[in-house]
Design a protein around this ligand. Sequence first.
Ligand code: COA
Length: 254
Amino acid sequence: MSDILEHRDGGVMTLTFNRLDRKNSITAAMYAQLADALEGAAQEGAVRAVVIQGHETVFCAGNDIADFLQQPPSDQNAPVFRFLRALATFEKPLLAAVAGPAVGIGTTLLLHCDLVYAGDNAAFSMPFVNLGLCPEAASSLLLPAMFGHHRAAEALLLGEPFFAEAAMEVGLVNRVLPPTEVNAYAQAQARKLSTKPLSSLMATKRLMKRHQQTQVLSVMAEEGEAFGRMLREPAAKEAFGAFMEKRKPDFSGL
Ligand code: COA
């Protein structure tokens, strides 16, 4: 079965991370499939809302580290960057249902969603620094704007998890629910949206986002360049090596 499930129900397209044995971490092939699905949904008149969801125990463990090491993103056309651009420029309502861990891009993708529902077991983290890397998905811009500098700095510099209630307090999450109810609730909200006039939904979203769209795309490209460079540097090599060898990284001297 595919690692990303695509499902249509009326005007709602649902993309489900389906790689539980690897905690729904995302490979380049999965990024390509996600990018294709979003690009298709943007063009297809019958799709009126998209939901991104995981499993009630885990949303997404971020990049698949082994896959990432084998085929690091080489340029702006790499699947991960195609996905991020498709996400940031998606003009129809985009919803996410998050339960369990949401690591790295599992959290930063939420900054581009319109409605986010979380299980009370949700744990959000952006451990880029702990991996010798830097933020992606325009999170260096969007996170301070949403959280305020100090809370964004805590999340990005320490990289420690924060939980559903804290995420709701800073505005990352709309509502906290029991984990078994999150996906169904997001579906119900998406169905509700799919009965509304798409032209009004899209105009409203465009008006809300248009002031920062150009900046988001330029920050994303800038972060992507730094991320790609840092991936080849000693701190990331040590962090990724330590992950694969299941040991603590040693950043002394780096
Ligand atoms: N890339 C590759 N493999 C991953 C992965 C990732 N991002 N996340 C988890 N896995 C693998 C684990 O290595 C483990 O493999 P194993 O069964 O061969 O030992 C398996 O998935 C299960 O993960 P495990 O860590 O045992 O599950 P957990 O429930 O204890 O913890 C997480 C879940 C998501 C908190 C934890 O797996 C984690 O922190 N993963 C790394 C997240 C990360 O740093 N992502 C990169 C962001 S850029």
